[in-house]
Design a protein around this ligand. Structure first.
Ligand code: MN
Ligand code: MN
Ligand code: MN
Length: 278
């Protein structure tokens, strides 16, 4: 029996499938539940809920926020957020504006170096609600013949140590957690095995995370077990998801990592508690 996949990306960030196509694929795979956790956008939530209506597939409203501590990347997942909350929507819009400005700086620097790409590709389906990432620029570089594949595009142009890297303004992890709580959601530390941030766990717990994404496409079985154990010892919920993007650079196949039984109910309960305390 496949389990819930609580970490997918749609065309509203750097995924290649629309919310409706993600729901269709989840149904074809027989998944009981999914969460589309787009980077800095909740625009996929409403269409996914609509597409899943009457199918028996549970769609958990979600988001993935990018934060940074001591110049290290920290991703915070939010579950059961109120995706219509006006404060949350305004905060996400400001993050996406920073992403657009960063993308423009990279495109300009590439052009100045004689590397032309299709500007139409450096966008997502909907300008307003979509979050632009380096993945979009990488795909444009590949399309224009400047890079072989995603890895090549990041190695030679866009990666953190590559010549055309530009940073975006990032919020501290405690702010990301607070924003999720303010929107009535449950905050979860995403894929800790990817980021090397175990030392930040006490401060994240202080900030109010209620879970750790122990099961993730990038985590070996050993790493997943270690984080599930760590979650248990701290009274946190162990969650899981594939981080499916529809492209090979990030994440795994849909359903390849799943949240344990009871995780969704525990997240709902934690979210209800954060609603009660806001
Ligand atoms: Mn991504
Ligand atoms: Mn992430
Ligand atoms: Mn992700």
């Amino acid at each position: 029996m496949p389990g819930p996949d609580l970490h997918l990306h749609s065309t509203f960030s750097d995924g290649l499938l629309t919310p409706g196509a993600l729901v269709a694929r989840a149904l074809a795979l027989g998944l009981p539940a999914i969460a589309i956790a787009d980077h800095d956008s909740v625009a996929a939530v409403a269409p996914a809920l609509e597409a899943a209506r009457g199918t028996g597939l549970t769609v958990v409203p979600a988001v993935e926020l990018s934060a940074s501590a001591d110049s290290r990347t920290v991703h915070i997942l939010g579950y059961f957020i109120d995706h219509l909350d006006q404060t949350l929507l305004a905060r996400l819009a400001s993050l996406r504006e920073g992403r657009r400005a960063r993308a423009q700086r990279i495109v300009d620097a590439l052009a100045a170096a004689g590397i032309e790409i299709d500007p139409g590709m450096v966008r997502v389906d909907t300008d307003e609600d979509g979050a632009v990432g380096r993945a979009h620029i990488a795909r444009a570089l590949i399309e224009a013949g400047h890079a072989r594949d995603m890895r090549d595009a990041f190695d030679r142009y866009l990666g953190d140590d590559a010549p055309f890297f530009a940073s975006k303004a990032l919020i501290p992890p405690a702010d990301a957690v607070a924003w999720i709580r303010d929107a009535g959601g449950a905050a979860v530390l995403a894929h800790p095995g990817l980021n090397g941030i175990d030392d930040l766990l006490p401060s994240l717990i202080d900030a109010g995370i209620v879970g750790i994404e122990a099961f993730h496409a990038s985590h070996t079985r050993d790493i997943a077990c270690r984080y599930a154990d760590l979650a248990g010892r701290h009274g946190l919920i162990a969650t899981g998801g594939s981080d499916f993007h529809g492209s090979p650079r990030e994440g795994g196949a849909m359903g390849c990592a799943a949240a344990p039984d009871g995780a969704i109910d525990a997240l709902a309960e934690a979210a209800a508690h954060s609603r009660g305390t806001r």
